[in-house]
Design a protein around this ligand. Structure first.
Ligand code: C2E
Ligand code: MG
Ligand code: MG
Ligand code: MG
Length: 291
């Protein structure tokens, strides 16, 4: 930096800025290399129905696995990828792999629900978004029925009218839409009603807050809003058995969280699906025993 350095605090500030800029640049370069070398993998976290104990769907979550720096968390690289625009290419890798994996689970008779894929604001506002998605679905021979896209309030509140048009074109294809991290952004109820959504995902912060009565009332209110708008509700970041009990009382049936499972690699998730299948067909197994 060519600015004159006056005093220690100014120097320190400049140093921090420099270190951050260097770190950013390092990650940007790692991502460019990682895109070439296929270092982005997709993990899957189950969404479970707490009444039946059955799998209802899963969320695809990107994992950046570098040979030299190990696993870099999405919390670190996604914001940088958003800024540099690399999120568009990363997002396509994730969507492509998620469609490929779900197609295989479908063909193997292991799963016939939807996979939820996170869509960044940059991807959402691509003028050819729907074409790009169509191409990926076609390439993987996956009907759009099996896809759900998760978007955040920030993504759609930038230009709500434009967002409604984009959401409608996705929805018209049979793609489901979920509002992710609901309650942490600044979307208004007036818009919530107009967005062609299928699902509200209640942010983990609200689930953590269920320790207090006020917190439980908040989740109760969100679930009620969702029900009045005919939306499915998913509780995010559920870790404890007592949270499951509370959510049952609040009529929130679908949960995602470490309580059931962390995000799993493709192979781990395949094993999870097989285990689910053997659980849900006990009569078949016991019938076979008598043969
Ligand atoms: P998100 O979409 O809200 O995903 C849920 C995050 O919560 C995931 O973190 C998941 O691992 C974590 N989580 C789930 N259950 C629990 C729990 O019980 N306890 C705790 N402590 N955490 C739990 P992850 O995978 O680190 O992803 C963080 C965020 O990065 C995501 O939040 C999403 O905003 C973004 N992200 C992840 N994958 C993608 C992607 O493929 N594309 C885009 N655009 N963003 C992504
Ligand atoms: Mg998500
Ligand atoms: Mg979320
Ligand atoms: Mg989140």
């Amino acid at each position: 930096y060519h600015a004159k350095k006056k005093g220690n605090s100014y120097l320190f500030f400049n140093d921090t800025m420099n270190r951050q800029a260097v770190k950013r640049l390092q990650i940007e370069n790692l991502m460019r290399f990682g895109l070439k070398e296929n270092h982005f993998e997709v993990y899957y976290q189950p969404k479970m129905n707490i009444r039946t104990g059955k799998l209802t769907g899963m969320e695809a979550l990107v994992r950046f696995i570098t040979p030299k720096k190990g696993i870099i968390s999405p919390g670190v690289f996604i914001p940088i990828a958003e800024e540099t625009g690399q999120i568009i290419e990363i997002g396509e890798v994730v969507l492509n792999k998620a469609c490929r994996d779900v197609k295989q689970w479908l063909d193997d008779g292991l799963f016939s629900g939807r996979v939820a894929v996170n869509l960044s604001a940059k991807q959402f506002s691509l003028p050819d978004l729907t074409t790009r998605i169509d191409v990926i679905l076609q390439k993987n021979e996956l009907p759009s029925y099996f896809l759900e896209l998760e978007i955040t309030e920030g993504t759609v509140m930038d230009d709500p009218q434009e967002a409604i048009a984009i959401m409608r074109s996705l929805s018209a294809r049979g793609i489901h839409l979920a509002m992710d991290d609901f309650g942490t952004g600044y979307s208004s109820l007036a818009y919530l009603k107009q967005f062609p959504l299928n699902t509200l995902k209640v942010d983990k912060a609200f689930i953590d807050d269920m320790k207090t009565e006020r917190g439980r009332n908040m989740v109760d209110s969100i679930v009620t809003i969702a029900q009045n708008l005919d939306l499915h509700v998913v509780a995010e970041g559920v870790e404890q058995a007592n949270q499951i009990e509370i959510l049952k009382k609040l009529n929130c049936e679908t949960v995602q969280g470490y309580y059931y499972s962390k995000p799993l690699s493709k192979d781990e998730f395949t094993a999870f699906l097989k285990q689910q299948q053997s659980k849900s067909a006990p009569s078949l197994i016991s019938a076979n025993k008598h043969l």
